[in-house]
Structures are given as structure tokens and as C-alpha cells.
Design a protein around this ligand. Structure first.
Ligand SMILES: C[S@@+](CC[C@H](N)C(=O)[O-])C[C@H]1O[C@@H](n2cnc3c(N)ncnc32)[C@H](O)[C@@H]1O
Length: 226
């Protein structure tokens, strides 16, 4: 392996770890502002998703952020148990003040999470999967799949276009530069999203394209276990 290849592999492997500081430093108000800019503030992604997850008895949200998705689920009378996983200690402390104790919050890394039971749905919203390198995406999807019950659903939400924030820096890599830090991302193609069916041992896939409240084109990939 050449020195350049080694360097690019190291960058790829470290991508998710390099993003830790971005989320440790982000202010909640700013986080909300960005959600509104992208058109997530109305919970439109949950409006689209609810019919597919409404009857889940236990659901995990990966990377809870400031709690937008958990709040949207509660606002839409989701009746199952919600488990939220977030690794940023600052966001985690904030989240603990936001929800009733029926919402179980765990300060863990989504790549290795353990919740002590299998679940009916795992949601990885707002480009979560983009914050993993391609290699990590495959490893993570295998891990998520193992945590699902039969007929359980994994939801991966991704953008169809780069708009409002972030720039493409070539080779499917994106960069978001803010005053408090830089976030790196890797945008999988539709074909790479299709490959996850086999990688995760899923039985079927449903792809839903939708527009956010600020007219951003995005998609949800719903992978279902046999
Ligand atoms: C773009 S935000 C999404 C927030 C929320 N899911 C939403 O849709 O509003 C991504 C979140 O995932 C968290 N995150 C990123 N990598 C993680 C990891 N490896 N383990 C746990 N949380 C992670 C970040 O700290 C951040 O809060």
C-alpha cells in the first residue's frame, strides 16, 4: 500500500471519530436553527415514516441530537418504548432534561450499542449514516441488523441533493464548515444503499423520496428483516 492510500484509509476510518468535537461544541439553538434551515423542524420526516413504525413495540433512535425525532414521535402519540442513543456528553446531559423517564436514553456509540433487547425499528435519521465511512456503514448496518426482531425495520434517511449547507469535496465526500468546527460526511449512492440489503441480511427494501418543509429533496430507505 502506498503512503497516499494509507493516508486516505486512515482518514476514512477516522471520519466518525473526527466528528465528535463538532457535536460536543454545537449550541442547541444553533442545532435547532440548522434543522429549520433544512426543513426538519416540522417533523415532516416523521409524518412520512409514522405509518411504517406506528405499531413498533420498541424503537431505537440512533444519534438523538437535541431530541427532535423523539419529540416528534411523542407529539404523534407513538405508543411504543423509545430508546435513544447519543454519544456527545453535552447533548446527552441536555436530553436528560427534556423527556419523561419512559424514554430511555443511553450515552453510547451507535457503532457498538447494546440495549439488552432486540427491537422492532431502528431509526437513523437526518443523514446519520453519512457520518460513517463506507466501510463503517457496512459494519454498522450488520450490527443494526443483528439488533432487530424478525420483520423489524431499519430506516436510513439520506439527502438526494446538497443544498443549504455542506459542500461536495469530491469522491462522494462532503464537508460542513461552521464557526465551531468541521463535519465530514460520505454520501452513498443509490446503488450503495441497495447493496445494504445483502450486507445486512434484509428481506426487502422500500425507498421513499420526499421533500422537507424547505423543499430539500431527501429519501428514506426502509430495510426489513426476514
Ligand atoms: C445530524 S444529528 C441528527 C439528530 C437527530 N437524529 C435528528 O434527526 O434531529 C447526528 C447526531 O448523531 C450523533 N452521533 C454521531 N455519531 C455518533 C456515534 N458514533 N454514536 C452516537 N451518536 C453519534 C451526533 O452527536 C448528533 O447528535
Amino acid at each position: 500500500m502506498t503512503a497516499t492510500q494509507k493516508k486516505s484509509l486512515t482518514v476514512e476510518m477516522d471520519m466518525n471519530d473526527n466528528n465528535v468535537s463538532f457535536y460536543r461544541k454545537i449550541k442547541i439553538d444553533k442545532f435547532r436553527e440548522i434543522a429549520a434551515l433544512l426543513g426538519f423542524h416540522t417533523g415532516i420526516d416523521l409524518d412520512v415514516l409514522m405509518p411504517y413504525i406506528r405499531h413498533s413495540k420498541v424503537l431505537i433512535e440512533l444519534g438523538v441530537g437535541f431530541g427532535r425525532v423523539v419529540k416528534a414521535l411523542l407529539d404523534r402519540d407513538f405508543g411504543g418504548k423509545i430508546i435513544g442513543i447519543e454519544r456527545s456528553p453535552e447533548l446527552f446531559q441536555y436530553l436528560k432534561t427534556q423527556f419523561p423517564s419512559t424514554v430511555q436514553l443511553l450515552e453510547q456509540d451507535i457503532r457498538r450499542f447494546e440495549v439488552g433487547q432486540n427491537v422492532d425499528a431502528i431509526l437513523y435519521m437526518w443523514s446519520g449514516i453519512l457520518e460513517l465511512s463506507l466501510h463503517e456503514q457496512h459494519e454498522a448496518v450488520r450490527h443494526f441488523s443483528q439488533k432487530l426482531n424478525p420483520k423489524g425495520i431499519l430506516v436510513l434517511e439520506i439527502p438526494r441533493q446538497v443544498k443549504y449547507m455542506g459542500v461536495s469535496v469530491g469522491n462522494q465526500n462532503l464537508k460542513v464548515e461552521m464557526e465551531w468546527g468541521v463535519l465530514d460526511a460520505f454520501m452513498p449512492t443509490h446503488e450503495q444503499m441497495l447493496e445494504l440489503v445483502k450486507i445486512g441480511g434484509f428481506e426487502s427494501l422500500k425507498v421513499i423520496d420526499y421533500q422537507t418543509a424547505t423543499d430539500l429533496s431527501r429519501a428514506m430507505y426502509l430495510y426489513q428483516k426476514p
